[in-house]
Ligand binder design. Structure first.
Ligand code: AZC
Length: 816
């Protein structure tokens, strides 16, 4: 809302509206529960955003401007109500309004379930990007899937991860979403390709044997302090009714039956893998369903706005969030060739100037490939088109490097060593006008290690856009006390212009400011400690260092390196009479993919170690270990403002960027990290004195591997490390049941320690000792923490979006 509209906001009318919504939900004000009131609040607010969404959609200036379409299988948006109130500029007046109804706004906000429609970094990035697009009013539509169940809910049973379905929508529906049945489309699968003759030309036409309806739900992405509201359009799969039996010929009848099952299941659940490709058919079906519905909707908007088909790249750009929506490229080609009957060159000229692709990982197990036979069965026409794209592409390769078979092999879309597989990343690079990595180092490695031949073939196509985070959610909303403190000093523009935080640096040495800054941190630590007390019944000392590692559980992220350090601290406390340390609480929060056994073993080990340490009276409050279950956006909003130390300890070269690193630094935590991902750029911004860098860098990792790495050597030479590892084998942490933690021991000892935990251990301990020393000097620590907040303005997702806009998308802001 614009300031003028806020002024006109009618509080009493809003209260009446809330009560009306409550009545429609079947409740009376006298007897309604908090949850009912939250739903009424959400619905009353959504009336405003839906109005603005429709108005934005019909804005002529936007229709005549270029838009970005952000295609992502994941949008980890988190709760919308509190954040939307901030964007709408209504937080205070609504707090008053609900107060007058005898309610508390924060209590109502706590009723909202997180829409967990993503796994981790990639999905959360998409959500931050939508926020920044709306805040800066760059025309945009987000396209995703309307999963009935989001990422599973995690609990622990005697330390072991349990998964439960996440029904994120209330039975009454999610108050912010609006269904758009008029925009429903029909999406095909399976079937065959026919040749049709018309006016002396032959065309190919796909005749699918299974059809599923795609019905969109729009979530409002509210622009900060504006009335621009863009849709996050999420497709839901629905069975075609009535069941169209005649559409299925006899040979395809089994598919038809399958169909009925798949139609109902298509968007049932988000695949819970992060940085891992499981290769399931239903997942490919989700991907195609998402791509086809989105491409169809983009073309509809384009044509309805009165633009020529050939002008598509001038009005629409399609950003592919990782390779998950790659099939949109052959889908657009299919529509142009078969439905609009363009020639190949014409169609390719459009498609190849429309798509751009973001790579989020170098991990080989995350690079998607689909079996050619599955693809040919599920999407026969698309497979033909992929062959044709590849055929023409390989001719270009032959031109550039005549007779170079190796180049043909690595560049081909088809991997024919073994079962023939379609390499989605190769298809993306070939079909996109721009490709980007997500941090400077990562983009370098994309060019050097992942796609060196593509980089030579298409100089300049591979670029960098360093990730960012939205300062609205990740500072203004989640840390109101720090936000107010900052605003008192530098004014209130910073949430929209994060570079301005730099002005906070002048107070870094100011003793009064240091005190207030640390008092804010202490209150945030208390808020987290209260949560831990009431939910986990562990009592925490808020003078302790709050040392935090929150992210998906993955070997490359090395939660087990952190665990080894924790164990070594514990052992030193017990065994070294002269050992002293500043009190510490080490926090973990992480979900493991349900099929990732070692990740689950690491969670189990952390829980067992925590149980032992927390209940050992000899330790007192010197050391506590807290594993917070069910990590999610709303939990991050409590943990991040309370962090003193941010653990970003991936093996160098493996974490593409990281974004939790940015969130914690912004909230005044100091990073302990490797020279990986965006840590490198955080260090550049905050300076060497205000970050704890340790371990091998990318070159160091390569050298060590070349020399021949032996984890055994570190084990034998470092008594602290050896003792920590050995304790995983005896019954220190699993009384009466020795050996339960062996999988973690084996992963670093017998499996060769693929992520070099043992190689980095000594330097990691050294960096932690530096932290321990520095934390004892509160004034010095405060200075460093303040400088972290002040100097990370670069990592606003507003800046990331401007980089995309200027270097890739070429959009103009349309102010409303
Ligand atoms: C993640 C990267 O692991 C993380 O480093 C990065 O910050 C984030 O994307 C956003 O760019 N990658 C994924 O989540 N990737 C997949 C395939 O799940």
């Amino acid at each position: 809302m614009t300031p003028k509209q806020q002024h006109a906001f009618d509080k009493s009318a809003f209260k009446i509206s809330m009560v009306q919504h409550l009545t429609q939900l079947g409740h009376a004000p006298e007897t309604a529960q908090q949850r009912d009131w939250y739903l009424a609040l959400g619905r009353a607010l959504a009336e405003h955003t839906t109005g603005d969404l429709v108005a934005t959609e019909n804005d002529q200036a936007i229709k005549q401007a270029k838009s970005v379409n952000y295609l992502s299988l994941e949008f980890l948006i988190g709760r919308l109500t509190g954040n939307n109130l901030i964007s709408m500029g209504l937080y205070d007046v609504i707090a008053e309004a609900v107060g007058e109804l005898g309610l508390g706004l924060t209590d109502l906000l706590e009723q909202e379930r997180d829409p967990s429609l993503g796994n981790g970094g990639l999905g959360r990035l998409a959500a931050c990007f939508m926020d920044s697009l709306a805040a800066q009013q760059y025309p945009a539509v987000g396209y995703g899937l309307h999963y009935e169940y989001g990422l599973f809910r995690q609990s622990f049973d005697q330390g072991a991860q349990q998964e439960a379905p996440d029904a994120w929508r209330e039975p009454e529906g999610y108050p912010w979403e609006v269904v758009r049945p008029d925009l429903t489309q029909t999406i095909g699968f399976y079937g065959h390709v026919e040749v049709v003759e018309e006016a002396g030309h032959t065309y190919r036409q796909w005749v699918p044997s299974l059809k599923i309806q795609a019905m969109p739900w729009d979530l409002p992405i509210v622009g900060y302090q504006s009335n621009t509201v863009y849709p996050l359009r999420l497709w839901e799969g629905r069975a075609l009714t009535p069941f169209a039996l005649d559409a299925f010929n006899a040979g395809e009848y089994t598919h038809a039956q399958q169909a009925d099952i798949d139609a109902g299941n298509l968007t049932k659940v988000l695949y819970p893998n992060d940085n891992h490709d499981a290769g399931k058919t239903l997942r490919l079906m989700q991907q195609y369903f998402h791509s086809a519905a989105s491409v169809g909707d983009i073309l509809r908007r384009h044509l309805e706005a009165g633009h020529a088909l050939a002008a598509l790249p001038e009005y629409e750009t399609i950003q592919l969030n990782d390779t998950h929506p790659t099939i949109a490229i052959p889908e657009l080609m299919r529509v142009l060739l078969d439905d609009y009957r363009l020639g190949w060159d014409e169609a390719w000229a459009i498609a190849s100037r429309t798509f751009a692709y973001t790579n989020h990982t170098l991990l080989p197990e995350a690079l998607e490939t689909w079996s050619e036979s599955l693809m040919a069965e599920l999407l026969p026409r698309h497979m033909e088109i992929i062959f044709e794209i590849n055929h023409r592409f390989l001719q270009d390769v032959e031109q550039k490097w005549p007779g170079d078979v190796r180049k043909q092999q690595v560049l081909s879309v088809i991997d024919d060593q073994g079962e023939r597989m379609v390499r989605m990343a190769n298809l993306c690079v070939i079909g996109s006008y721009a490709v980007n990595g997500v941090a400077a180092l990562h983009s370098q490695l994309v060019k050097r290690d992942l796609f060196p031949e593509f980089d030579a073939l298409y100089p300049g196509r591979i670029q960098n856009v360093t990730n960012g985070i939205t300062p609205r959610r990740w500072l203004k909303f989640c840390n109101p006390d720090l936000s107010n403190l900052i605003s008192e000093k530098i004014g209130e523009q910073w949430p929209a212009q994060l570079e301005q935080l730099e002005q906070v640096a002048q107070y870094a040495d100011d003793a009064d400011f240091q005190k207030t800054f640390m008092a804010v941190k202490k209150r945030n630590k208390q808020r987290l400690a209260d949560w831990v007390k009431s939910n986990l019944d562990i009592t925490l000392n808020t003078d302790a260092i709050f040392d935090v590692q929150i992210k998906r559980l993955h070997e490359y992220k090395r939660q087990h390196l952190n665990l080894l350090h924790v164990i070594s601290l514990y052992q030193r406390l017990l065994n070294e009479p002269n050992f002293d340390m500043a009190p510490r609480v080490v926090f973990f929060a992480a979900k493991a993919a349900p099929g990732y056994e070692l990740a689950k073993s690491i969670i189990f080990a952390i829980n067992k170690v925590a149980e032992t340490i927390n209940n050992d009276p000899r330790v007192g409050d010197k050391l506590k270990v807290v594993f917070i279950p069910d990590y999610r956006v709303s939990m991050a909003e409590i943990i991040i403002p309370a962090a003193d130390v941010s653990e970003q300890i991936s093996m160098a070269g493996k974490e593409a960027s990281g974004t939790g690193n940015m969130k914690m630094a912004l909230n005044g935590a100091l990073t302990i990290g490797t020279m990986d991902g965006a840590n490198v750029e955080i260090r550049e911004e905050v300076g060497d004195d205000n970050i704890y860098i340790f371990g091998l860098d990318v070159d160091g990792v390569t050298e060590l591997r070349q020399k021949g790495y032996q984890p055994e050597t570190a084990y034998q030479n470092q008594p602290l490390l050896k003792a920590a590892l050995d304790s995983l084998l005896d019954e220190t942490f699993t009384p009466g049941q020795p050996g339960l933690l062996r999988p973690v021991f084996d992963s670093v000892m017998t499996s060769g320690d693929p992520y070099l935990c043992l190689a980095d251990f000594a330097d990691y301990v050294r960096a932690h000792n530096d932290i321990d020393r520095d934390y004892r000097d509160m004034s010095q620590w405060a200075r460093k923490a303040i400088l972290n907040t002040a100097l990370v303005g670069k990592f606003s997702s507003d800046r990331s979006i401007r980089d995309y806009v200027n270097n890739i998308w070429q959009l103009k802001a349309i102010k409303r």
